[in-house]
Design a binder for this molecule. Sequence first.
Ligand code: AMP
Ligand code: MG
Length: 415
Amino acid sequence: MSASDELEIDDARRIVLKSVRPLDFVELSLDDALGRVLAGDVLADAPLPAFDSSAMDGWAVRAADVASASASEPVALRPIGESRAGHPASQALAEGETIAISTGAMIPAGADAVVRVERTRRHESGSVVEVLEAVPAANDIRRAGEDVAQGAVVLRAGATLGPAEIGMHASLGRARALCSRAPRVSVLATGDELVAPGETGRPGTVRDSNSHSIAALARRAGAHVVRRATLPDDAAVTMAAIAEGAADSDALLLCGGVSVGEHDHVRPSLQRLDASQRFWGLALKPGHPTWFGTLGDALVFGLPGNPVSAMVTFALLAAPALRAMQGARDPHLSLTAALDGGYRKRAGRAHAVRCTISARDDGWHARPTGPQGSHMLSSMLAADALAIVPGAVSELPDGARVRIEPLRALAGGRL
Ligand code: AMP
Ligand code: MG
């Protein structure tokens, strides 16, 4: 990989997204649908609300009957029944009559308005209700279809199902949501030095953080992690594990061993397996030794081993691919922010700077999380977003506008 072969991150992402093939669909119960991507448009078979109902506790009336009502000259009506939520009145309203009504209860036939209970007075006898104010027709009535008209397209394919989208399915009487199936992902970390978090280390060993952080990122992107393993720096083992991982995965995520060292077996293995390379080398720091291609039907990402590099390249390339596979309308998101404190670097590769993000009166502000070494996982802890400082730039002044790519929902997320 020479510097001139290195791809800009946006070009790399275009190549990745072009290689994505959509996954097939599954029907999920609403309890299982949170965060999944809708596979088809959702139409309203019936209006929402389904019937005219009261917005208040009060009395259903004919507006014409109470047109002259006031506190000093109330209009007396005769109560003939009750409409409660779930229990409509059996009678229809005639002139001079009223029906007690609860919030959400069906408007009785003959009524065209509701007077809220505070504007009425009921005689102790129960046989007279005095209305203390005139109300226009339709007063405090929720009309059938005023939320969603029958036949309306309520949700479009590609929408990510959050709590409101799940609630809308339920409101429309849909107990299941048609979603893309979860991408099957394998995560393979390479390195003789790696030990599992629960193992006691020997001198020179390193706890395997990548297979955990990358699996967590994959799950957050909607994937199902079917296999997670650490591999020694061994050519035969690496090749066998890659072949096996690619065979039963939509995406294979390899971490480490992808560089040009004598003990880096990922690329030679991919080559021997006849994987099709789409790119090798990004003009990005951290993350330049990144490989992408396909093996059979699987997308294969050779992510750098350094813990920050692995997470950054996953976030910028693999997460959008996993979301795109699921048919997500916006597989990735870019915003702009003011970069507080500015930034200095050598002109050359673009930098993906880990930043905290805060919302101020003048918009989003990004601030680097601290030392940015690609081995410094602590720099990811507070990182809300990556600020992309372009390659040609060597210095950004305080407050310069930069592109940011969120790593998590900003400002506490959305409902
Ligand atoms: P490599 O890309 O294999 O040359 O690894 C680059 C650096 O990342 C080395 O310092 C490795 O020890 C470290 N590293 C590789 N894989 C992991 C991992 N799974 N967890 C933590 N550190 C790793
Ligand atoms: Mg290694």
